[in-house]
Design a protein around this ligand. Structure first.
Ligand code: AMP
Length: 428
């Protein structure tokens, strides 16, 4: 079977999906049971293409204790292909290969082409490659992972799950920029949004807590990590989101500026002599929490510095975190323009799931939306604990640990099931 799906390939309970998230010098992987989200093995190969290349594998189900946590220094500038061959060897040793029914890939940019999970063939690969002009750092790296997995797992279907897909339901009024229409028509310059799998996952979890079908839920979710985005979900579908054509628009992030007056770019170039590469580096890598605090992009480091008055950058850390929280509150409030009622707001991502201070600051500025959080619940809901932190009188405010890998596994498995069902109907 080479990328073929036959009607006999019914998924069974022990089947698992290998989820791959490939960056330019790293591969994050996870072997997941799609129905439960249970991870049989996970890990990260990093510093690829450098002499420091290494691979960490965590396999809680291994019976041999030595196999449960492994860090393998590759001692050579290994590439993605070689790192995956180490993964395949480990999967073989642990007898986990035969349960794998597909490989699910996180692909960052699907443009307007993909609103659904998609079986990867040569045509899909070439479209992902063409879309690299919209995501030059991500799509080529994602394709390296696809190519490497096609070699390493030649007989398995490869499925693409696009970060932009969930936002393809945005209406025109949300995705168009106020720019000449020809730029959209001829060059695809429009808002696409990202973090789609995360927003979808937490919205589904919130719907369960609200005891309503997702298709009846109106939610605003804030994914706050190194990258940050706010999404408004109406009747279960994304109708607007803060990230745009690239992952630079919207709220302030770890090192990215978020929204700035576009005139600043002209000013930097014309008055301050910046090159366009320097502007790009400034906005993507030197701004946000890092740029404003002059200390760090890491929220934990900033909170610690802010709370320690003897720290030389204590005041500056507070400035950065205050601007960060205000911009997020403003974004959440502005997205109510898309809704006639709101069931709940959601916090997720490394900061949203863990920082009670950030959640308190943001929600304090949302009292007009009838959002008040209970300080005790807010303190409790950290480090992977999910739940409602609102007071009884308030609109619901959920903290939900995101799980993008599970969505990728679940959607890959659903696509396989649909395809096998179609084959059965066709009698193949
Ligand atoms: P992510 O990109 O989702 O992994 O999130 C990374 C961000 O989460 C970093 O800014 C971390 O400092 C932040 N983070 C993780 N744990 C905590 C914590 N306990 N308190 C505050 N921020 C945290």
């Amino acid at each position: 079977m080479n990328q073929q799906i036959s009607a006999s390939d019914k998924l069974s309970e022990n089947n698992a999906i290998l989820v791959i998230n490939c960056g330019s010098s790293s591969v994050k992987f996870s072997l997941i049971e799609p129905t439960t989200g249970h991870s049989k093995l996970s890990g990260l190969a990093e510093c690829l293409l450098t002499p420091q290349a290494s691979i960490k594998i965590n396999c809680p189900t291994a019976t041999d204790v030595n196999n449960q946590k492994q860090v393998i220094a590759l001692n050579a500038p290994y590439n993605h292909q070689k790192a995956l061959s180490v993964l395949v060897e480990t999967l073989q040793q642990l007898n986990l290969v035969k349960g794998i029914v597909a490989v699910g890939h996180r692909i960052v940019h699907g443009g307007e082409h993909y609103a659904q999970p998609t079986l990867i063939d040569n045509k899909v690969k070439s479209t992902i490659e063409k879309l690299a002009k919209l995501a030059p750092l991500h799509n080529p790296a994602n394709l390296i992972g696809v190519n490497a997995c096609q070699q390493a797992f030649a007989n398995l279907p490869q499925v693409a799950i696009f970060d932009t897909a969930f936002h393809q339901s945005m209406p025109e009024k949300a995705y168009l920029y106020g720019l000449p229409y020809s730029l959209y028509q001829e060059h695809g310059i429009r808002r696409y949004g990202f973090h789609g799998t995360s927003h979808y996952f937490v919205a589904k979890q919130a719907a369960k807590s609200l005891q309503k079908p997702l298709s009846q839920c109106n939610l605003i979710s804030a994914h706050l990590g190194n990258g940050c985005s706010v999404t408004v979900i109406k009747d279960g579908k994304s109708v607007d989101t803060s990230l745009g054509m690239t992952p630079l628009e919207g709220v302030m992030m770890g090192t990215r500026s978020g929204d700035v007056d576009a005139g600043i770019i002209v000013h930097l170039v014309e008055q301050l002599g910046y090159s366009i590469e320097q502007v790009d580096t400034l906005l993507n890598k030197q701004s946000g929490l890092l740029g404003l605090s002059t200390l760090s992009n890491d929220c934990r480091t900033l909170e610690t510095a802010m709370l320690d008055e003897s720290h030389p950058q204590s005041a500056q850390a507070k400035v950065a975190l205050t601007v960060f929280c205000y911009r997020i509150a403003k974004s959440i409030a502005s997205f109510t323009a898309s809704l006639s009622h709101l069931d709940a707001i959601i916090f997720t991502g490394g900061i949203g799931e863990n920082s009670s201070w950030v959640r308190e600051q943001i929600t304090k500025q949302l009292s007009l939306l009838n959002i008040q959080i209970c300080p005790e619940k807010n303190e409790t809901m950290r480090f992977g604990t999910s739940g409602n932190i609102a007071t009884d009188a308030s609109r619901a405010c959920f903290v939900i640990a995101t799980n993008e890998e599970w969505v990728i596994a679940e959607q890959s498995a659903q696509l396989l099931s649909q395809m096998t069902n179609n084959l059965e109907v066709e009698g193949k």
